[in-house]
Design a protein around this ligand. Structure first.
Ligand code: GAR
Length: 191
């Protein structure tokens, strides 16, 4: 029997990347999205997981710091990899240590540009506009103890036009994310 890899998606928002991952791996023979975890009780990702028949759990911010709660949940679902998809809390050290090189994040810019604390979602795209950057894009990287600093796995770029608003950029970036995140995760798991 081929060994299965179980992924937990961590997401805080609408979950369009989570949905792209759930779609891509829906009938995969070796990789399964086994669990969705969110720190936002009303996050749109919960309904998306439900639609795919994937269990989801809400964990409040303070409980994320409790290694016992999170580790027990991940081990109950036999999770091998954690994939962050718009997850806005810093990953605690106990998880980084337990899942070394098995936590992957996607960032909506070309790191190291436009990264770090407070740089998420629309804030990133507004900063790109304010800086009059000519290019932006996506970065898929391993997660370490600091925001957006783990080693880079994949990047894809997109031009920014002078007339682009933050919303225009968000739209282009999300398209890249949906196209590249699932196959990159597949490649990382198969390394
Ligand atoms: C995505 O653009 C993702 O790269 C970004 O949040 C958005 C989530 O959208 N993540 C970060 O900014 C993390 N620093 P989604 O909920 O529709 O997938």
């Amino acid at each position: 029997m081929t060994q299965q890899t179980n992924i937990a998606i961590f997401a805080s928002g609408g979950g369009s990347n989570a949905e792209a991952l759930m779609t891509y791996f829906a009938n995969h023979e070796k990789i399964k999205i086994a669990l969705v975890i969110t720190n936002v009780e009303s996050a749109g990702v919960i309904a998306k997981a439900y639609k795919f028949g994937i269990p989801s759990r809400f964990i409040a911010k303070k409980d994320f710091l409790d290694a016992e709660i999170v580790s027990t949940l991940l081990s109950d679902f036999k999770i091998n990899y954690i994939v962050l998809a718009g997850f806005l809390l810093l990953i605690p050290a106990y998880l980084i240590n337990a899942f070394e090189r098995r936590i992957v994040n996607i960032h909506p810019a070309l790191l190291p540009a436009f990264g770090g604390k407070g740089m998420y979602g629309a804030n990133v795209h507004k900063s790109v506009v304010a800086a009059k950057a000519k290019m932006t894009g996506i970065t898929i990287h391993y997660c370490n103890a600091d925001y957006d600093e783990g080693s880079i796995i994949f990047q894809a770029a997109s031009k920014v036009f002078e007339t682009d608003t933050a919303e225009d950029i968000a739209h282009k970036v999300l398209k890249l994310e949906h196209a590249y995140y699932p196959p990159t995760i597949e490649r990382v798991v198969n390394l």
